[in-house]
Design a protein around this ligand. Structure first.
Ligand code: ZN
Length: 989
């Protein structure tokens, strides 16, 4: 009895199991969530000056307070010029001070490329580059890239102010002669990323692009939080992130692969560097770090320092600086950080260490597990069967059956199917839950993500536990304990996962199922423990309180024990010698054990074991070395314990099975939730998000299956109560809040009368694009200019779930460029807001010029596709037009071609203000030649609004001010395109 008391905490019993499992899950969940927060800034920053970097971001200088983060600074803004001048002012002294440091203010790289299959881009770059010559000229250089433009609707503290501040600091740090790197470092501050990754395209027009073969790109795809290793091309460079100097790596190969599968839509400069320029520069190997949390603030005014929360911006900046400096210095100076182009598999543990292996190594491990696992498991199963056969032989239980084979087989199956049924049940529960969310309140995840997560986790728990408990109560397994059958089923489940993971690796170089390896390994170890336990006690045990005697049905055991084998009794399933005839019966028991010995009758005191009945008993030896038990009196028989009781083994199994795999899966689930919870308002399908939650929540609770039947009912009641409460909240409350606002895409479109007429506005139209059911029902009617206007809402928005509402407004924009002149005065001056000129060169070629007042971005839309495109460097429309045409030569960047069917749109960016774009275009003449000429629209873009910029040269967009002012508090505006306003007029040649 002393033993039992001592063992009680380790007993496989409801309270004990509940305490352990609740503690393990609570600790893992809490630890993952805690490590998901930004780490504190350490006192020692190892030579990196965080204060200076933070000043860059937040304060800039005494004369230009908050330059980078107070104002939007898109390419087509004067604030953009100011940021560029500031970057130059920081880099010039470095180049001036050190001979090995060189600055390039690139005002010459122009690039033309086609994109999206229907448009062509012409871009004049204003990138800034700093080169630090390495000491080892035999090695290629490393490119460090960020973009210094923001979008027009956001000050861009995260996107990409953090990147700029980080690289300015790192450039300063590495310029010091004592820190001069072995490889050359090129710091690249590019402009125009927010449009079509224009600046990165222009990099390849700069001579320094020939020096680099590895890149690190810094992005802000959201606002604040921990920077993530977003994507990586290959093992070699990514290995640098595992450098000791990177104290808080945050990474999973899953995000990289989600990009390549098209599941993440954001574009970053990464893809331009990784692609290179066909025929000229090979694609670079490398990776990007990006912020991904709080995406609700992305490209809005809340992408600001206060938007990240008190003190968070500084911590986020440090996290980026530490990570980029650590991995960057490793790339620059280490020999190992090479060019190993194999695909990698990587993930972090608690943001503390990075596990990274080449995929083929992982593949090898998988193959070994796939082979060794099943073989060893089968061997152990055979051992358990032989051991228990030996026992049943000893115990003289006959092996012939009176039951039909079919019935025996049915009985034998009982137990092995329940894990799979629990799995299917959980899946069905999640299907119902997802349908509920999709119909009742799909967007609730935007503001109540963790409540939704808790619901999915809670229902996964119940989905796994309830069927297993019901089975156990109604149909206890006959031939083995439910823990054994479920553990082995779980192992086979993870084996199937591992097969899937291995096939994905070999067929698609897809490593995101890396966690299956750990899951399978843990389940394999747990199975081995379970089988060793069963073999040790020479019986798989079962829940009927009997030894299972693998080869005999319980009824048979019962009848044989009570009838055919006189003198022995089956008491609560344990075969005992009846005390009246301690020596009887043994000899004639069993047919295949005919010579059963009645030998030594020495009565021995029982050694307590995990299967010892809790009453005083004796062990009796047979001549053959076997032994059986005998109890003292029939009264004692009543308190015989269940042989299925066990001590301790289950704890080891639970600790093997649960914590490690739940850490991996829960980290992934939290990351994916944070990356996707705010994308539904952008039109991403909610089903994907809910499917991710269902899948990971289920996987997270699968490891409790072997122990589920022991959990107390009271735990289910608590979990179910909690889930119901949260569901009641999540399915009823309004999904958007001031803290987690809705997004509304704004654009104003202003049509001017045909060319030559000055400020004569035909129609100014405000358009708001956002999620159906909100923009039309809640938003538009709040905007005063819509009150007496004819509002039309087009259900065909940018994406399936988005809707565009438009109405005419008399809130006219003003291009700016001259602070003292108002719109009315400008109109009276008869100056031209847009100046468009055209000239037909021949039947299939024309010259079109477009100039917008106080802008750097214009567009041409064509009614018929054009197949020739050339922007003349001269910015004056030639008078007279030289003939014959063509006199331009179309040149697209390597790797790009004019689409076969031509394009119907050209986008033009110039580095100078008020530039006249002189564009030569050509088209396929129709065979009959009766369709000569070209028509379309010429447009220019404006992004400066008074409250965002307010400088003397700035334009004004009263329609945007109105939307900003009158949107409900639970919504924020963002830009639809590069211009908040597009001003256009028709042309025909
Ligand atoms: Zn960005």
């Amino acid at each position: 009895m002393r033993f039992t008391k001592l063992a009680a905490p380790f007993k496989f019993a409801p309270t004990q199991v509940a305490v352990l499992l609740v503690a393990v899950y609570a600790i893992v969940f809490a630890a993952v969530l805690q490590h998901d927060e930004l780490p504190k800034v350490p006192k020692n920053t190892h030579g990196l000056d965080l204060d200076r970097a933070y000043d860059t971001l937040a304060k800039a200088s005494s004369t230009r307070a908050g330059l980078i983060t107070t104002r939007p600074h898109p390419y087509i803004s004067h604030a953009n010029d100011a940021v560029r001048r500031y970057i130059l002012s920081r880099l010039e002294p470095l180049a001036g001070r050190h001979e090995h440091v060189h600055l390039s203010d690139d005002m010459t790289s122009n690039v033309t490329f086609a994109i999206g299959g229907d448009r062509i881009i012409y871009f004049e770059g204003t990138n800034v580059l700093l080169k630090i010559d390495g000491t080892d000229s035999s090695r290629d250089g490393v490119l460090f890239s960020c973009h210094y433009d923001s979008v027009s609707s956001a000050p861009g503290a995260t996107d990409d102010g953090m990147g700029v501040a980080t690289l300015l600091e790192l450039a300063e740090y590495l310029s010091a002669p004592e820190r001069r790197p072995r490889r050359t470092a090129v710091f690249f501050f590019n402009n125009g990323e927010e449009d079509y990754l224009n600046g990165a395209h222009a990099y390849f027009e700069h001579p320094w692009s020939n020096l680099t073969s590895v890149f690190i790109n810094l992005e802000g795809a959201a606002s604040g939080g921990r920077p993530l290793l977003f994507r990586s091309t290959s093992y070699g460079p990514a290995h640098a992130v595992a450098s000791k100097a990177v104290k808080h790596p945050h990474a999973t190969v899953l995000t990289s692969e989600a990009f390549s599968l098209g599941m993440i839509r954001s574009a970053t400069d990464y893809e331009i560097y990784a692609r290179g320029v066909k025929g000229e520069v090979d694609g670079l190997q490398g990776f990007d770090f990006a912020f991904y949390k709080n995406r609700a603030y992305y490209h809005t005014l809340r992408d600001s320092i206060p938007g990240m929360g008190h003190g968070e911006a500084r911590k986020a900046l440090w996290a980026m600086l530490e990570t980029v400096a650590g991995s960057g210095v490793a790339l620059l100076n280490d020999d190992e950080s090479g060019s190993d182009a194999r695909p990698p598999i990587y993930f972090d543990i608690f943001g503390r260490s990075l596990i990274i292996l080449p995929m083929d190594t992982f593949y090898g491990i998988n193959i070994a597990l796939l082979v060794i696992g099943p073989l060893s498991t089968i061997a152990l199963v055979v051992w358990v069967i032989l051991a228990s056969k030996k026992r049943s032989d000893m115990e003289a239980v006959p092996t012939e059956h009176t039951e039909s084979k079919w019935r025996l087989m049915t009985r034998a199956v009982l137990g092995w199917e329940r894990f799979w049924i629990a799995l299917i049940f959980t899946a069905l529960v999640h299907v119902a839950l997802t349908i509920g969310f999709l119909h009742l309140n799909p967007n609730i995840v935007h503001s109540h993500a963790y409540a939704v997560l808790t619901i999915f986790l809670g229902l996964s728990f119940l989905g796994i536990v309830l069927p297993l408990q019901a089975f156990h109560a109604i149909l206890p397994p006959t031939f083995a304990s439910q823990k054994l059958t479920t553990t082995l089923s779980l192992y086979s489940f993870t084996w199937v996962l591992l097969v899937a993971s291995t096939i994905a690796m070999s067929a698609k170089h897809f490593g995101s199922l890396y966690w299956a390896t750990f899951f399978n390994f843990a389940a394999w170890l747990a199975s081995i423990l379970e089988l060793v336990r069963a073999g040790w006690r020479r019986d798989p045990g079962n829940e009927m309180g009997t030894y299972s005697f693998l080869f005999t049905s319980p009824e048979e055991q019962q009848s044989r024990a009570e009838g055919a084998v006189p003198g022995r009794r089956l008491v609560r399933g344990v075969l005992h010698e009846a005390p009246e005839h301690p020596d009887d019966g043994h000899a004639e028991a069993g047919t295949n054990n005919g010579q059963a010995d009645r030998g030594g009758d020495d009565i021995v005191e029982t050694e307590p074991t995990e299967i010892t009945p809790l009453i005083h008993q004796h062990r009796r030896r047979t001549e053959g070395g076997g032994e059986y038990l005998t109890v003292d009196s029939p009264e004692d028989v009543k308190v015989v314990g269940q042989p299925a009781d066990e001590y301790g083994w289950w704890i080891a199994q639970a600790l093997l099975l649960i914590p490690a795999i739940v850490v991996l899966l829960f980290q992934l689930e939290v990351l994916l939730l944070n990356a996707t919870m705010h994308t539904l308002v952008d039109g991403s399908p909610p089903l994907t998000l809910y499917a991710i939650l269902a899948l990971f929540s289920t996987l997270i609770f699968i490891p409790i299956a072997p122990f589920a039947h022991k959990l107390p009912q009271s735990l289910n009641v608590v979990v179910a109560g909690f889930v119901i409460l949260l569901l009641a909240i999540c399915w009823t409350v309004f999904p958007f809040t001031q803290q987690w606002p809705f997004r509304v895409y704004f654009q104003q479109s202003v049509e001017l009368a045909s060319p030559q007429s000055a400020f004569s506005v035909v129609r100014a139209e405000t358009t708001l694009t956002a999620l159906k059911g909100y923009v039309d029902k809640h938003i538009v009617s709040d905007i005063p200019s819509s009150w007496h206007a004819d509002v039309s809402c087009d259900p065909k928005g940018l994406r399936p779930d988005l809707m565009t509402c438009r109405w005419a407004s008399n809130l006219l924009p003003f291009p700016g460029g001259n602070a003292s002149i108002t719109f009315a005065q400008e109109a009276q001056r008869k100056s031209k807001w847009l100046d468009v000129q055209t000239s037909l060169l021949n039947a299939s070629r024309a010259l079109i010029s477009v100039r917008g007042q106080n802008t750097r971005g214009c567009r041409l839309y064509f009614d018929r596709p054009i197949t020739f495109f050339y922007v003349h460097q001269s910015s004056a429309f030639p008078q007279p037009v030289p003939t014959p045409a063509p006199y331009g030569k179309m040149r697209l960047q390597g790797g790009y071609e004019m689409p076969a069917g031509g394009v119907k749109e050209a986008r033009l960016w110039s580095r100078s203000w008020n530039r006249t774009f002189v564009v030569e275009v050509g088209w396929e003449a129709t065979p009959d030649g009766d369709e000569v000429g070209l028509s379309g629209r010429a447009a220019c873009e404006y992004a400066e609004y008074a409250s965002g910029l307010g400088g003397p040269e700035s334009g004004r967009i009263p329609a945007y001010e109105e939307v900003k002012q009158f949107l409900p508090l639970w919504a924020l505006p963002t830009k639809l395109a590069d211009g908040l306003v597009e001003v256009w007029t028709r042309f025909a040649v």
